[in-house]
Design a protein around this ligand. Structure first.
Ligand code: CP
Ligand code: NVA
Length: 308
């Protein structure tokens, strides 16, 4: 069994195998109703716990459906309703849950919760987002890019806006999948130095460019995310919006990217804030393919974790 905690801590060859597996499983069930079982049932007899300490639409639904398609069962738990939110230690929660379920996916705040869960669980633990990273999302994003445009290796990805948890996992993927990244946003919201350093060490060119229009020149992929993440205080909203407004992804900005550039957003999007509707709904956008591929990528991640 193996945990899926982050992209930079997973072997690059295994990440590639996961993407290939996801593509294979997606093709194998083309045209079937969403609720239909896969031909292969690798999770038959397995129980998966999905723990959420933050809201979720995509992660919750895609994991739940994915487990069922592979023959397993799920229980969706809200962190607030568990003893975890009322004083029981994470280590004890991990030990107890390991006696009931075969796999744990957790969305939490501080990444130390995820790490402690993984340390004390006897079953695989999957990172469903922390304040610092969102690896399942970026596995789906790499899969989506490659479905539309072929290998992502050597491509130029531009991240516009807040250097947040999703941006961090993109930097991890840059190092592991061999693409370059340009960050464009205000200096106060730069991505973490540690993750920029890791990507550079792995051979990726990582550029910081304050001018959004210059940044997107030659971009193969433009990505953004909300200006206020779930872990950010609502009182910072106005300040963040003021800082981030020059980095909105709109039709004018997309004109400066390559003609065939793709646009991605992990969703939920705040239309007319970080991205305008003409871009979200326009010819560059693959945001709903990204959302769909969460399902396929996570199915492959769960199989990898369980070795089935
Ligand atoms: N992109 C993503 O993780 O969406 P949810 O917050 O809806 O799960
Ligand atoms: N950066 C966002 C991603 C949501 C999927 C957040 O953490 O709220």
């Amino acid at each position: 069994m193996q945990h899926f905690l982050d992209i930079h801590t997973t072997d690059a060859g295994e990440l590639r195998d996961i993407i290939d597996g996801a593509r294979h499983m997606k093709t194998a069930r083309e045209g079937r109703p969403r609720g239909a079982a896969d031909d292969e049932q690798p999770l038959a007899g397995r129980m998966v716990a999905l723990i959420f300490e933050k809201p979720s639409t995509r992660t919750r639904t895609s994991f739940d459906v994915g487990v069922r398609q592979m023959g397993g069962e799920t229980m969706v738990l809200s962190g607030a309703d568990m003893q975890l939110g009322h004083g029981e230690t994470i280590a004890d929660t991990a030990r107890v849950m390991s006696r009931y379920v075969d796999l744990i996916m957790i969305r939490t705040f501080d990444e130390s919760v995820l790490q402690e869960m993984a340390e004390y669980a006897d079953v695989p633990v999957i990172n469903g987002l922390t304040d610092r990273t969102h690896p399942c999302q970026i596995m789906a994003d790499v899969m989506t890019y490659e479905e539309h445009r072929g290998p992502i290796r050597g491509k130029k990805v531009v991240w516009a806006g807040d250097g947040n948890n999703v941006c961090s996992s993109f930097l991890h993927a840059a190092g592991q999948f061999g693409f370059d990244m340009t960050f464009t946003g205000p200096a106060q919201l730069d991505p973490e130095d540690e993750f920029v350093g890791l990507a550079r060490k792995a051979g990726s060119t990582i550029t910081i460019e304050r001018d959004a229009f210059k940044a997107v020149e030659g971009a193969d992929l433009v990505v953004t995310d909300t200006w206020v993440s779930m872990h950010d205080s609502q009182s910072s909203k106005e300040r963040r919006h003021n800082m981030l407004r020059p980095y909105q992804v709109n039709a004018e900005l997309m004109k400066h990217a390559k003609d065939d550039a793709l646009f991605m957003h992990c969703l939920p999007a705040h239309r007319e804030e970080e991205v305008t509707s003409p871009v979200m709904d326009g010819p560059h956008s693959v945001v709903f393919d990204e959302a769909e591929n969460r399902l396929h990528a996570q199915k492959a991640i769960m199989r990898w974790c369980l070795g089935v």
